[in-house]
Write a protein that binds this ligand. Sequence first.
Ligand code: PXP
Length: 235
Amino acid sequence: MKLGVNIDHIATLRNARGGFEPDIVQASEIALKNDIHALTMHLREDRRHIKDKDLFDVKALGAKINLEMAAVEEIQKIALMLNPYSVCLVPERRQEVTTEGGLDIKSQIDYLKEFIKPIKDKGILVSLFIDSDIEQVEASSIVGADYIELHTGSFSQSFLNKNYDKELKKLKHSALHAQNLGLKVNAGHGLNYQNVYLMKEIPNLQELNIGHSIISKAIFVGLDGAIKEMLELIK
Ligand code: PXP
């Protein structure tokens, strides 16, 4: 299982003072010294954390970027210019604190097919961030995605209540169904140093995208140590 490190919250902290610290390029360099697969960055329409320039600065390091984005034309143009390793389409609402649920693929199959066409034509891998829902898995396959990323937010919440069996089962079931349809499967959201071991129970998961818990731990042990510790747990 590979690790994608989400560095949005380095930018969140930087933007709190509007200056340059902590420097996202320096953070990326530290992260890239480890055996990670990609740096995940979400360019939100409101630019609350990652800014356009951050993407190009990090790309200049030679990093594989997994660009999270809403399926809107403005961000699509930037994605095509940036040419990241992959994009992950996510739902976006201005009022939310974080990405609260999966993207509804089923209700916009034709729109998404058209939307991802120029992205795929450029050779950028396309992932869709969805809930553990068989109908959304099937819609993702119809749209022509390469990957789905399963939203692990409900699982993570249920883990806190020591009542995660049902959510883990749903994740496994969705992952298997997706793989039978030829989709590759990633997962992320709310994963941390306590609950991440359970992801090993989901067959053939390719990659975990983890941000908040790694950046939080980095405050105490440093970014390098926080990433190493997570890599050790998912090995
Ligand atoms: N994957 C996706 C698609 C996300 O939107 C996020 C949150 O930005 C993450 C993974 C990482 O979630 P967390 O910060 O809770 O680890």
